[in-house]
Write a protein that binds this ligand. Structure first.
Ligand code: TMP
Length: 213
């Protein structure tokens, strides 16, 4: 009998409107063609509790004057539940888990853009992930002004709470991600999101194949 396949945990990161959702679907198709079972999930969210927390963070009226520490802890609560209920069990079964955002979003959005002390953010992240780190993190890098142009061209809904910051906030997010990727180059795969969709897909696939092999 063939040895059981190892689980693989892939996360996608980037500022708003970088095309993560499309690329996650395309990567999933490629992995499934290679006979891997793939579970797609997202943060905040991914479990019933996490999806309720997502609503609080993005849409609820009660979240309108949320303070940054409360925001940090809600993202972390969603993640802790997600790790134990969905991510770890699937990795243990040898599946691929692809997650739209994970701990790096907290490092960058709450730590850099909201300027919460880095050691505090790191400590909360460690509690939330309970040693479950991504094997590969795909960062789709794009100028946030271009990202918001893309969102506006496809979206008729009003912006949610996290989409209402000043452009400087999202520029800090972009730079924060690039710095984090440079510090963790063994885990991060940085992809130029300005390229056409098919080329982004190919670049991601090439990078993932290289790392898996
Ligand atoms: P999205 O699912 O549409 O990307 O929305 C999630 C928003 O929440 C997005 O603005 C990024 C933000 N976010 C954080 O600020 N910290 C986090 O830890 C996570 C997972 C997301």
């Amino acid at each position: 009998m063939a040895a059981p396949e190892h689980g693989l945990f892939i996360t996608f990161e980037g500022s708003e409107g970088t095309g993560k959702t499309t690329q996650i679907q395309r990567l999933t198709s490629r992995l499934e063609s290679n006979n891997r079972k793939v579970i797609i999930s997202r943060e905040p969210g991914g479990t019933p509790l996490g999806e309720d927390i997502r609503h609080l963070l993005k849409h609820a009226d009660s979240g309108q004057n949320m303070v940054p520490r409360a925001e940090l802890l809600l993202f972390a609560a969603s993640r802790a539940q997600h790790v134990d209920e969905l991510i770890k069990p699937n990795l243990e079964q040898g599946n691929v888990v692809i997650c739209d955002r994970f701990l790096d979003s907290t490092t960058v959005y709450q730590g850099i853009a909201r300027a919460i002390d880095g050691d505090t953010v790191e400590a909360i992240n460690q509690i939330a992930i309970a040693s479950t780190l991504p094997d590969i993190t795909v960062l789709i890098d794009l100028d946030p002004e271009e990202g918001f142009r893309r969102i506006q061209s496809r979206n008729t809904e009003p912006p949610d709470r996290m989409e209402q910051e000043h452009m400087d906030f999202y520029k800090a997010v972009r730079q924060g991600y690039l710095d984090l990727a440079a510090q963790n180059s063994d885990r991060f795969l940085v992809i130029d999101g300005q390229q056409p969709i098919d080329e982004v897909e190919q670049a991601i696939w090439n990078g993932i194949k290289e790392r898996i092999n």
